[in-house]
Design a protein around this ligand. Structure first.
Ligand code: 3PG
Length: 408
C-alpha cells in the first residue's frame, strides 16, 4: 500500500477488498452489526486512501447468500457502522457492479468512499468457472475507470478463489493492504520459530474443517488442547461413549491416527477430563458435569449432549496456557452463546489475557466470542480477523488471494 500511496492516488479510483463479514443482530429491515471488529480492522486502509484523496470503492461479502440478493445478507448494516466510525464521506450502492454502482462511482469526489453491495449477490463471484469469475472481476475493475488500482485488505477472505479476491488482481495494478500485511507478520511468528512451549487450543464444531491444520500443527506445537464440539470425535476415537453429542463418525479413523502419531511428532493432545452435559440444546437446559470418559453417566443417559468443557478441564487448560510462551487459539470451547455453557470459552480467554507469552486468537467467530464475553481486544497479543484464512495459512497452504498479488 505504501508503494501505491507514494505514487499518488488523488483523483484515482481505488477498489479495496475488505472483509466486512460481521455478525448481525435483529431482523430485516433493522439489522444491526453485533460485533464491529472486522469493520474497525478494515478502517485504517480505507482512511489512508481517502485521506490521500483517492476515490475509494469498497467491496466485501457478508454471509453465504446463494448468488442472488437476499435482504438478510445486505452489507447495508456494515456500511451504516462504517459511516459512524468514519471521518470522511461514505456512500452506499444498492448493487455491486450495476447501474447504480457505476453512476455513484463515477460521481465520487476525491477522498470519498463508496461501499458496494455484497459481492456474493452475483453468482459469478464464487463460480468455479474461471471465465465467469473473470467476467465479474472485469465489471468490478471497470468501476475504477481508466486509471484504477486494487488493494486486497480482506485477510479473512484470502483463502477464497473468488472474483473479488483472486481474479480482480489480474485486472488492475494490485497491492497488499496493511491488514493483510500485519496479519501475515503475526502468523509468520507462529509458523517460523515459535517460542516454546507452543500451545494450540482448538475448538469449534467441526473436526473435518480443522483436520489439515491439526496434521500440520502436530509437527510444530508442543501441546494441542481440544475442546468445543470437535472434542467428542476425539473422545469417541478413544473408545468413550459421548451420548447425543456432536460426532463426526467419518473422521474417527483419522483422529485415531492423530492420537497414535502425536507422540512421535513430539506433540501431546490434551483432552478435557470433564464435560458439561445438557438435557437438550437450549439456553435453559438442565445440565450436569460428568467425567469425559463416562459421559452417559448423567441422569440424561445416552440422550445427554456435551455443550462445554467442565471446570476441572477449564483449570487444566488454563494452567497449560499459563505455562506456554506461544499460544494460538481457534474456536470456542462450548456453546458460549448460552451463558450456562460459556465457562470453557471464558476460562481459555481469561488464561490468554493473563499469559506472559505471545497470544493469538484466530478467527472471526472466536474474536466475536471473546468480545461478547466482555474481553478487550488489547488484552490479547493479536486478534486475527481471519478464521478459515488463518487456519489455512498455518496449514502452509498457498492462498489464492496472496498468490494473486504475487502473480500481479
Ligand atoms: C470468514 O468469516 O472467515 C470470512 O469472512 C470468509 O467467509 P466465508 O467462510 O463465508 O468465505
Amino acid at each position: 500500500l505504501d508503494e501505491l500511496l507514494a505514487g499518488g492516488v488523488r483523483g484515482r479510483h481505488v477498489l479495496v477488498r475488505s472483509d466486512l463479514n460481521v455478525p448481525l443482530d435483529g431482523d430485516v429491515p433493522s439489522l444491526k452489526v453485533a460485533d464491529d471488529g472486522r469493520i474497525r480492522a478494515s478502517l485504517p486502509v480505507i482512511r489512508r486512501l481517502a485521506e490521500a484523496g483517492a476515490r475509494v470503492l469498497v467491496m466485501a461479502h457478508l454471509g453465504r447468500p446463494k448468488g442472488a440478493p437476499e435482504p438478510k445478507y445486505s452489507l447495508r448494516p456494515a456500511y451504516e457502522r462504517l459511516k459512524e466510525l468514519a471521518t470522511f464521506t461514505v456512500k452506499f450502492a444498492e448493487d455491486t457492479a450495476g447501474e447504480q454502482a457505476r453512476a455513484l462511482a463515477a460521481e465520487l469526489a476525491d477522498g470519498e468512499v463508496l461501499v458496494l453491495e455484497n459481492v456474493r449477490f452475483d453468482p459469478r463471484e464464487t463460480s468455479k468457472d474461471d471465465a465467469e469469475r473473470e467476467a465479474f472481476a472485469a465489471e468490478l475493475a471497470a468501476l475504477t475507470g481508466d486509471n484504477g488500482a486494487y488493494v486486497d485488505d480482506a485477510f479473512g477472505a484470502v483463502h477464497r478463489k473468488h472474483a473479488s479476491v483472486y481474479d480482480i488482481a489480474a485486472k488492475l495494478p494490485a497491492y497488499q493492504g496493511d491488514l493483510v500485511r500485519t496479519e501475515l507478520e503475526v502468523l509468520n511468528r507462529l509458523t517460523d520459530v515459535p517460542q516454546r512451549p507452543y500451545v494450540v487450543v482448538l475448538g469449534g464444531s467441526k473436526v473435518s474443517d480443522k483436520l489439515a491444520v491439526i496434521e500440520n500443527l502436530m509437527g510444530k506445537a508442543d501441546y494441542i488442547l481440544v475442546g468445543g464440539g470437535m472434542v467428542f470425535t476425539f473422545l469417541a476415537a478413544q473408545g468413550h461413549k459421548v451420548g447425543a453429542s456432536l460426532l463426526e463418525e467419518d473422521q474417527l479413523d483419522i483422529v485415531r491416527g492423530y492420537l497414535a502419531r502425536a507422540k512421535e511428532a513430539g506433540c501431546s493432545f490434551v483432552l478435557p477430563t470433564d464435560i458439561v452435559v445438557a438435557e437438550k440444546f437450549a439456553a435453559d437446559a438442565a445440565f450436569e458435569v460428568v467425567p469425559a470418559d463416562d459421559m452417559e453417566s448423567s441422569s440424561f443417559g445416552a440422550a445427554g449432549l456435551g455443550l462445554d468443557i467442565g471446570p476441572e478441564s477449564q483449570e487444566r487448560f488454563a494452567q497449560q496456557i499459563h505455562s506456554a510462551n506461544t499460544v494460538f487459539w481457534n474456536g470456542p470451547m462450548g456453546v458460549f452463546e448460552f451463558p450456562a455453557f460459556a465457562g470453557g470459552t471464558r476460562a481459555v480467554a481469561k488464561a490468554l489475557t493473563g499469559s506472559e507469552g505471545f497470544t493469538v486468537v484466530g478467527g472471526g467467530d472466536s474474536a466475536a466470542a471473546v468480545r461478547s464475553l466482555g474481553f478487550d481486544d488489547n488484552a490479547f497479543g493479536h486478534i486475527s480477523t481471519g478464521g478459515g484464512a488463518s487456519l489455512e495459512y498455518l496449514e502452509g497452504k498457498a492462498l489464492p488471494g496472496l498468490t494473486a498479488l504475487d502473480r500481479g
